[in-house]
Design a protein around this ligand. Sequence first.
Ligand code: PLP
Length: 396
Amino acid sequence: MKLSKLARTLKPSATLAITAKAKELRSKGVDIIGFGAGEPDFDTPENIKLAAKESIDSGFTKYTAAGGIPELKEAIRNRILTDYKIEYKNNEILIGSGAKHVLYNLFNVLVDKGDEVLIPAPYWVSYPEQVKISGGTPIILNTTQECGFKITKEQIKSKCTEKTKILVLNYPSNPTGSTYTKEELLEIAAVAKEKNLIVLSDEIYDKIIYSGEQHVSFPQLSQDAKDRTILVNGVSKTYSMTGWRIGYAAGNSDVISAMNNLSGQSTSNPTSISQKAAIEAFSGSQQKVSEMLIEFRTRKDFISSFLNNIKGVKCYIPMGAFYVFPDISYYFGKKFKGKTISNSIELTDFLLNEGKVAVVPGIEFGSDNHIRISYATSMKDIIEGTKRIKETLEKL
Ligand SMILES: *Cc1c(COP(=O)(O)O)cnc(C)c1O
């Protein structure tokens, strides 16, 4: 059958692909340490699971409003108000089947063919693909490790054209773990105002912060920033609920209403049971979130210093999220069994086949000099996996 033009240009998700490859090797009995998956290894907290069970037992198992139930919208509004002192109304909140789905809907209701969307690199793998699906053109803003993987106002300005419509922000960042200070965000907000850009602020790692400073949410910066921002977040990372599929957008009511229509014609509501569970996640005790953060911090400290002690590896020390994104380009041009390793994909294959350790090539995130390692896995696996990385690289 002949596929559509769109289908023929779609890339499979690289992170899902590497996880599948590792799983396949494991099923053949090969002992693989997986650093590919972008999901916390902790179990979903008990109080949240209980809320889901109660929802099943009480028969809350039917269609709901396509954009989510009012009680969950209220729980989200209260969470945002408590954490960031930002006020939204119910008609400014849309709940979708995960933040990924929410972002997909957002690009589709905002982007026309030819519209340009600014995406800082290294980026989360799905932004450029989703923009392309919506008919838009991704415009990549490259950053460097020396500058903490941060974009500057001059850079945004220099890439703006008549067609530029949206600036995507993701902080703390997947894959780099970099984040912005309030002063830096204020500068970005000033350019966004000057160039009249819509800001899509993906703050899904807002609770996983190591810097000691509070996360600053983009709509918190000023009334203007709030008016031009669609805030995206969800329960996957903060509450270890990746499989439950609940994400949300908060912002301009026209945009929210258009997304509501799109959901109504495609997925309908996110799972009713998950919505009830998410109410408990946002409104219940936040104790587990702090406990997970303590554990993530221990792993981050270990893994970043271990990697920085491997010859030629330069690892930025993350300020948030649960990934490290070391520069491994020192090893490009080196040979193993007569075969030269020349890019992040070849290095990743080498680590998987020779070292039995799965990481994601940086090229998928827009930076070929790096690999991404997720430390959302046990300390035992982190110790063994990083040892394997070191020993394998030393063979080159
Ligand atoms: C994990 C992730 C998402 C998607 O989260 P879901 O709610 O599980 O769909 C979106 N953005 C970034 C940057 C992520 O890392």
